[in-house]
Design a binder for this molecule. Structure first.
Ligand SMILES: *Cc1c(COP(=O)(O)O)cnc(C)c1O
Length: 445
């Protein structure tokens, strides 16, 4: 079959340096999944420690999701929502509204588009309200909201977003705390207050990842910080867009991080886990107030001229509905809470001089790698990346963000698999950095 040779000849992988990819000995060809396990073409099994990029919450081949998919395929795979509707999309919208307390659901296909839709709705909505000076957006430093041009404009990760700056609209930047520390948060809030005082009347919306900024390397902030940002936005007459693409569906603890903070955003962006990790689907939820800005006779030109070919795809919403059934019937949040505590304890039990910090919120975990003593490792050493690859030899698939190694397994992972996953991470750290961190020491001079 020689899958890899054929891959190197014709594929372009996302977020992947081609030269590195084609040289890596650890590349795997995944053929099947079973629960939290990924199985490659050689029949080897790996714990899915990234939840297939943060979206698989219930395990692979979940019988109820498989059945929902097959059942819907027996009726129709796709029909458009432009001018037509269908039962699955209606049911799912009702259920999302009931879960979030919001009123309207607009479907798209990815986290990026969910945010893009919120941006365009907020911009157009404010224009149609007559608040024509509100043409700008505020976003957090180190923000990640996806890869389309609008969501990249909000992005604050220079490594990903820097090169595109000339193409983008300029977002106002609210500093986010490097860690959830009261003094650091107070400093950031003072900066946010000054920003709103100066630019409040120009801002259509403030966009935030609530409680955890995943792609920034699991940066966390407190419920109080999030609440105060929400209050500042509201006081300035700006809308609040909450991006729960990563935190939603129990990943950060409660069903949605907004619940933990007791905030009701004007826009809520959902994707990743919405279909249990089966199919691309996203939803942008908003209020009746926002929807009202788009009402009027056709001649008023208040239509939201935006949509995607596969908006509200019936297969995807069928699986999304089954996903919510499983959450309801299989105590997913309770199981995730228990697993999260075990993940926390296991990560903290990795005693290695290069593991200088553990971050964990719900079922989002990460360890930060540094040289012994806390100095940053040289980026060219690619230590985080090498640890991720080394973990495969120990039976786990993980990914890193620089030297932050992310551990984000499905919410339903059992104790044995979770322990194997964290053991694989620990073994990989020792292998790459030396049991005593000597290799890191040498590399960082
Ligand atoms: C992953 C992610 C996105 C982008 O989602 P895609 O489906 O990859 O487009 C947006 N926001 C957050 C917070 C994310 O974690």
């Amino acid at each position: 079959m020689d899958w890899l040779r054929r891959d190197y000849a014709s594929l372009w992988h996302p977020f992947t340096q081609a030269d590195e990819w084609e040289k890596q000995e650890e590349n795997l060809v995944i053929e099947r999944g079973e629960g939290v396990w990924l199985i490659d073409t050689a029949g080897r099994r790996y714990v899915d420690g990234t939840s297939s990029l943060w979206c698989n919450v219930l395990g692979h081949r979940h019988p109820r999701l498989d059945a929902a998919l097959a059942e819907q395929a027996g009726r129709i795979a796709h029909t458009t929502m432009l001018g037509l509707t269908h039962p699955g999309a209606i049911e799912h919208a009702e259920r999302l509204c009931a879960l979030t307390g919001l009123d309207r659901v607009f479907y798209s296909d990815s986290g990026s588009t969910a945010v893009e839709v919120a941006l365009k709705m907020a911009f157009q909505g404010k224009q149609q309200l007559g608040e024509t000076r509100r043409t700008r957006f505020a976003a957090l430093s180190e923000a990640y909201h996806g890869d389309t041009v609008g969501s990249v404009s909000l992005g604050g990760i220079d490594l990903f977003h820097g090169i595109y700056r000339p193409l983008l609209f300029s977002a106002l930047r609210v500093e986010s705390p490097e860690r959830s520390d009261p003094a650091e948060e107070a400093r950031c809030l003072a900066q946010a207050r000054a920003l709103f005082a100066e630019h409040g009347e120009e801002i259509a919306a403030l966009v935030v990842e609530p409680l955890v900024q995943g792609a920034a390397g699991m940066r966390t902030h407190s419920v109080g910080f999030l609440r105060e940002l929400a209050r500042l936005a509201r006081a300035a007459g700006a809308w609040l867009v909450v991006d729960e693409v990563a935190t939603g569906f129990g990943r950060s603890g409660p069903m949605f991080a907004c619940e933990a903070a007791g905030i009701r955003p004007d826009f809520l962006c959902l994707a990743k886990a919405i279909t249990g990790g089966y199919l691309p689907l996203a939803a942008t939820l908003t209020s009746e107030t926002v929807y009202g800005c788009f009402r009027g006779p056709y001649s008023a030109h208040r239509t939201f001229y935006h949509g995607h070919t596969y908006t509200g795809n019936p297969l995807a919403v069928a699986v999304a509905n089954a996903t919510l059934d499983v959450y309801r019937d299989e105590a997913i949040l309770e199981r995730a809470q228990r697993a999260g505590l075990r993940l926390d304890a296991a990560l903290r039990a990795i005693h290695h001089p290069c593991v200088t910090e553990v971050r964990r919120v719900g079922m989002m975990g990460a360890i930060l790698l540094t040289a012994p003593g806390g100095r940053p490792l040289p980026a060219v050493g690619r230590f985080g990346h090498r640890v991720s690859l080394a973990a495969r030899r120990h039976g786990a698939i993980i990914r890193n963000l620089g030297d932050t190694v992310v551990v984000m397994p499905p919410l339903v992972i059992d104790d044995a698999a979770l322990d194997q996953l964290v053991a694989a991470v620990a073994a990989a750290v020792s292998e790459v950095l030396g049991a005593d961190g000597a290799r890191a020491e040498a590399a960082s001079g």
